[in-house]
Design a protein around this ligand. Structure first.
Ligand SMILES: [Zn+2]
Length: 526
């Protein structure tokens, strides 16, 4: 995102920087009779279609429902804990058809299915259903294992209570056809970590922490180990490793809503690069500098600072980091970025399309630069083919949409860049500069392309029907956008009109007015 203008999706005024986290609960379901040395847990894969953390591996869970406060929970100390236990039990039941309630052992599989139907059809709330069938939740069945808060890069933030639950005997969890989940399986904690380490799955820090904790065995100090990190006590995680050797480090920036942060990425193991030290705020610059220091103390070496593109919400922390590192670390960017930043940010090395940055370590990591103009002329994405990881800068973001603002922005180039990214040989995750990572890369890129082409078709239609100026076109096409944001929408329309002009579908007159060309001859393309 650029700091002057922003996406059409995020045009509302923010209430505050960073949304208040909503209460949620998640269940770490441990298999009955499992090997205590390496227990099995049930994890699920979230549907790739989900806007937030789509394609991620997670534990069953979800947001608190107002009715959760009505549920009676035995042996429970506070009403709040009771409501969160109810939330955990309800989500576990809804998502996996496992009912962790006293008395549920008397129910057959068919009866549980019919109860689930009662709940999902809205005939009964969870507490009514428990009462009706003489079932009762007991706090002893739900062991508190920490509260984790979503980092503020996301407008959807949760304060999630994790509970360890032993799967009741004779109940076999299965994904209930809930559209949010794609699949689920039992897996030993160690096998799950191994899959993460091989970059076969993406997951969030609390899940990784749970798996690591469980992989040391179900011991007497298990809960203590779960709670031994500050993040398990609502302290947001700063250094987020969704994937090995890729640290996402969101920093607060004066970017436009809905985003409040820019994701800086630290990539590599023994040798690493820092991509987009973005924040102009001293406290955020200090936090990033300490993270880099910590990594160096761990025996790692910073090779370079790299920029995806020129916008201030991506480069404003470069000077501070260079100074912190005593000018010993070069800054690299595309030639067009260097030229645009002349006089404000010093760029020491140029990166060209298809340049490969080899980072030493075990394993070593190859990061391929892809010149992908569209949002900005010198925009670079960084691709690691071995794991299918793509750092997308502002070309694809996990939050809001991308503004193409001419002349820096170019719609034709942008669509070409998206096509190129879509065609990469292996693509498993998109790490954008704003918002959460995207675990369903192909669907997301497809959606981006379709959205642009749909807008383009509507704009062309509007011109054919006599709209002559961007302002008129906005009024006809951007009916879903607040009038306050029409100036931004006009920039986007201009980008589409430039492309339509290049495609010979519209003609621009000297007075800045547009008319449709003969459409029988020319076809739109990019
Ligand atoms: Zn940008």
């Amino acid at each position: 995102m650029n700091t002057r203008v922003n996406s059409t999706a995020g045009m509302q005024t923010p209430k505050s920087a960073g949304a208040t986290p909503k209460d949620a609960a998640a269940v770490i379901l441990v298999r009955a009779g499992t090997d205590k040395a390496d227990p099995e847990v049930f994890w699920v894969r979230r549907s790739e279609r989900l806007a937030f953390l789509g394609g991620f591996h997670a534990f069953p869970g979800g947001q608190r429902d107002p009715s959760d406060a009505d549920t009676r929970v035995e042996k429970c100390e506070t009403a709040e804990t009771g409501a969160m236990i109810s939330c955990a039990a309800r989500e576990l039941f809804e998502e996996l058809n496992v009912l962790s309630a006293r008395g549920a052992e008397m129910l057959t599989k068919g009866q549980r299915a019919s109860l689930l139907d009662d709940l999902e059809s809205g005939r009964m709330s969870f507490s009514e259903l428990l009462n009706h069938y003489g079932l009762v939740l007991n706090a002893e069945d739900f062991t508190f294992a920490g509260r984790w808060v979503t980092p503020p890069f996301s407008p959807r933030r949760f304060d999630t209570w994790f509970f360890l639950v032993n799967c009741p005997a004779k109940q076999e969890p299965h994904v209930t056809g809930d559209a949010e989940l794609e699949s689920g399986e039992w897996i030993t904690a160690r096998a799950a970590i191994a899959r993460w380490e091989r970059s076969e799955v993406i997951t969030v820090p609390p899940v990784l922490h749970a798996l690591r904790t469980l992989s040391a065995g179900v011991t007497d100090d298990l809960v203590e180990r779960f709670l031994s990190v500050p993040q398990a006590h609502q302290q947001p995680v700063r250094r987020i490793e969704f994937r090995p050797r890729f640290i996402c480090f969101p920093v607060r920036t004066p970017t436009k809503p809905p985003a409040t942060h820019t994701n800086c990425y630290i990539v590599g193991s023994r040798e690493f690069v820092v991509i987009d030290p973005a924040s102009p705020y001293p406290e955020e610059q200090d936090a990033l500098a300490s993270c880099v220091d910590d990594l160096q103390r761990e025996g790692r070496t910073i090779r370079e600072i790299i920029l995806t593109h020129l916008h201030p919400d991506h480069v404003s922390g470069v000077g501070a980091l260079v100074e912190h590192l005593r000018e010993k670390v070069p800054v690299a960017a595309h030639r067009l970025t260097k030229e645009a930043l002349e006089g404000s940010v010093r760029v020491d090395r140029l990166i060209e399309d298809e340049d490969v940055i080899e980072l030493e370590g075990n394993p070593r990591l190859s990061l391929r630069a892809l010149h992908t103009p569209g949002h900005a002329r010198g925009h670079l994405c960084f691709y690691e083919e071995a794991s299918g990881t793509l750092i997308t800068g502002d070309n694809i973001v996990g939050l809001g949409s991308v503004l193409i603002d001419p002349p820096e922005g170019n719609m034709r180039d942008y669509l070409r860049s998206l096509e190129r990214l879509q065609a990469l040989p292996k693509l498993t995750v998109l790490f954008g500069a704003h918002g959460a990572p995207v675990g369903g890369p192909h669907a997301k890129i497809e959606e981006y392309i379709a959205h642009r082409l749909e807008r383009e078709a509507k704009i062309l239609d509007a011109v054919r029907q006599g709209a002559r100026e961007p302002k008129e076109i906005v009024a006809r096409v951007y009916t879903d956008v607040h009038p306050q944001s029409h100036a931004m929408a006009e920039r986007a329309v201009l980008a589409h009109l430039d492309k339509l002009e290049t495609d010979n579908l519209v003609t621009r007159h000297g007075d800045g007015r547009y008319i449709a060309s003969d459409t029988r001859i020319h076809k739109s393309g990019y």
